[in-house]
Write a protein that binds this ligand. Structure first.
Ligand SMILES: Cc1ncc(COP(=O)(O)O)c(C=O)c1O
Length: 423
């Protein structure tokens, strides 16, 4: 007797992995070129450093020997001279002696987040995140089968009180054993644009230090993805600076935001045992990140091109951020609340008590005006400490040009006026 079936029996993990909730927002933008998207999280196209990358590529391929080295397989943790350079730069940024053997180069910061999660989280394990958080990481966690518990945030990100409350609750309900990761965005978070003060970093780390003796070890992920897009003043010191012995914090950054996401290169600096576990997973995935792209990147770091490219991005985003904030002040109702970001790519806005969830009358009215935004709905956790707000949203000034950006804000402002006056 033969058994036949008409559908493939997908793995549990595949079954847990849905389309990214904002995939359709992105699709919409592609399908309808008239749409003005304040949702897309891409970087400013006109600022991408074509000239500098071409120069670096020419150098890498000027000699057959260096060119062929670049075309060969590399190592799993990444090209050693690149790791040494990243280690030196981190040292200069306040981390002192950084061991390149505790650094990994990954396919964007995203692969690092995915892989460290793969190494640490089994289905049913718990991860604490800021609420709202980076929704793509939330997808990674759901796919791993993690329980994602949101911790309340304020204008500086996760609150120490919120974290204490969550930890207490885990003890009281006998679930502390399942805690694996505490995920924090320390600079200009996605989606809120919030930045942690030095004091907040210390407070959160102190709560962590108090906790680690009380149950199994868990890892802090410090995601510093937007640090190099500091638009005002100097960046705060990394939280990782407190972790003198490199025992507790997985610090990650990227070359996507201030250089080129097309290179798909990010880095992470982590405790040695985490590094070993991460590299084993990464070896299974891809043996190592593109050797060629790593050599191009190293060339750019050594020639000072990274500084040039990142300064260009900062200059451009300063103009765009100010234009977006000013347009919101000019065209949106006076009741609008915004969090003024000191860096990054996002403005977090609140239209008090206007439900902007996907499919809401407000959302549809904005869509009728051919404008898209990211409803806060996608960024807040399912398990929150406070009821999930419906009146907050993420606006991105990354890829949209100045004129369409102002027009999008104007159109949304007209809709907002109507809704605040009762629809
Ligand atoms: C908070 C945060 N972390 C990490 C990433 C990963 O970016 P990439 O993989 O391009 O380095 C992103 C991308 O948008 C992000 O917003």
């Amino acid at each position: 007797m033969s058994t036949t079936a008409t559908t493939f029996p997908f793995s549990r993990k595949a079954q847990r992995t849905g389309d990214s909730p904002i995939a359709w927002l992105m699709r919409k933008t592609i399908e309808d070129p008239e749409i003005l998207s304040l949702a897309a999280g891409f970087v400013d196209t006109g600022t991408l450093p074509n000239d500098l990358v071409r120069e670096a590529m020419e150098k890498v391929f000027a000699e057959p020997r260096t060119g062929r080295d670049a075309l060969q397989y590399g190592t799993t943790p990444g090209y050693l001279p690149l790791r040494q350079t990243v280690a030196r730069r981190l040292g200069e940024q306040g981390l002192g002696q950084v061991d390149p053997d505790c650094l990994a180069i990954t396919n964007g910061g995203q692969q690092g987040l995915y892989t460290v999660t793969e190494a640490m989280v089994d289905a049913g394990d718990i991860v604490l995140v800021e609420d709202p958080t980076y929704f793509v990481y939330m997808d990674v966690l759901k796919s791993a089968g993690a329980r994602v518990l949101g911790v309340t945030t304020d204008d500086e990100g996760m609150t120490p009180d919120g974290l204490r409350d969550r930890l207490r609750e885990l003890h009281e309900t006998g679930q502390r054993e399942r805690l694996r990761i505490l995920y924090l965005m320390s600079y200009y978070s996605n989606p809120k644009g919030s930045n942690m003060s030095a004091r907040r970093r210390r407070e959160l780390y102190d709560v962590y230090l108090e906790e680690i003796g009380k149950g199994p070890m868990f890892l802090i992920i410090e995601d510093a993805c937007y640090r190099d897009l500091t638009l005002e003043g100097e960046p705060e010191p990394y939280m990782k600076e407190f972790d003198k012995g490199n025992e507790h914090i997985y610090l990650t950054g990227t070359f996507s935001k201030a250089l080129a996401p097309g290179l798909r290169l990010g880095w992470s600096y982590m405790p040695p045992d985490i590094h070993a576990a991460l590299c084993r997973q990464k070896a299974n995935q891809d043996f190592g990140s593109s050797n060629m792209n790593q050599r191009i990147l190293l060339e750019m770091l050594e020639a000072g091109s990274y500084e040039v490219a990142s300064a260009r991005f900062r200059e451009r985003y300063l103009v765009k951020r100010d234009a977006l904030v000013n347009a919101l002040r000019e065209h949106w109702p006076a009741e609008t609340e915004i969090l003024h970001p000191k860096g990054g790519l996002y403005v977090w806005a609140r239209l008090p008590e206007v439900d902007n969830d996907p499919g809401s009358p407000f959302f549809n009215a904005v869509l009728d005006e051919k404008v898209l935004y990211v409803p806060g709905y996608y960024c807040f956790c399912e398990e929150t400490q406070e009821p999930k707000p419906k009146d907050q949203m993420r606006l991105c000034y990354g890829v949209i040009d100045l004129e369409p950006m102002t027009e999008a804000v104007r159109r949304m402002g007209r809709v907002a006026d109507r809704f605040l006056k009762g629809g």
